[in-house]
Design a protein. Structure first.
Length: 169
């Protein structure tokens, strides 16, 4: 009786290890090239977050940018997220362009970002620019405006000398 119970238990554990090992073998995205912190559950959360932010119901295309940063593309738009983990707890840092879109009154597609330091990003677009600071903890992050919204200065082109004009000494 004990031998049959032991065999049944061993068989159950074997099926558990093979069938439910924690990774989805039928995933539509190859997670092996998506960085060391990515798994099926985190990817599903990223997809859901990006679909909401991009207001896109079609399938999104992921691109791993390195250093736990991911670009999601779909519906003729893209957005970038960063996965931050501390002691096994991870959260997605949202794309700063979502906040800047409102503050700069400029569509996401027209915005460009520049990382100023690990928690500050400059955003420019539609002739305006601003700096944003990342606030939050391991469980949630958000961007807050860290400077006034300013108008970008357009560099003036020197006027071409007219024909016959003598340049100043």
């Amino acid at each position: 009786m004990n031998l049959s119970r032991l065999s049944f238990t061993g068989l159950g554990v074997a099926f558990l290890v093979v069938g439910c090992g924690g990774s989805r073998s039928n995933s539509k995205v190859d997670l092996s090239g998506m960085g060391p912190s990515m798994n099926a559950k985190r990817y599903a959360n990223l997809e859901k977050l990006a679909a909401k932010d991009l207001e896109c119901t079609e399938e999104l295309t992921p691109t791993y940018l390195g250093e736990n940063q991911y670009q999601m593309t779909g519906c003729n738009a893209d957005t970038t997220y960063e996965l931050r983990c501390k002691m096994g707890q991870c959260a997605w840092v949202p794309d700063v362009k979502g906040r800047a879109e409102f503050d700069l009154a400029c569509e996401r597609a027209n915005l460009t970002t520049t990382r100023l330091d690990p928690v500050t990003v400059g955003v420019s677009g539609c002739g305006k620019r601003a700096a944003y600071r990342l606030l939050g903890s391991v469980h949630s992050f958000s961007w807050t405006l860290n400077s006034p919204v300013t108008l970008e200065e357009v560099e003036a082109q020197p006027a071409s000398p007219s024909t016959g004009a003598v340049p100043p000494p």
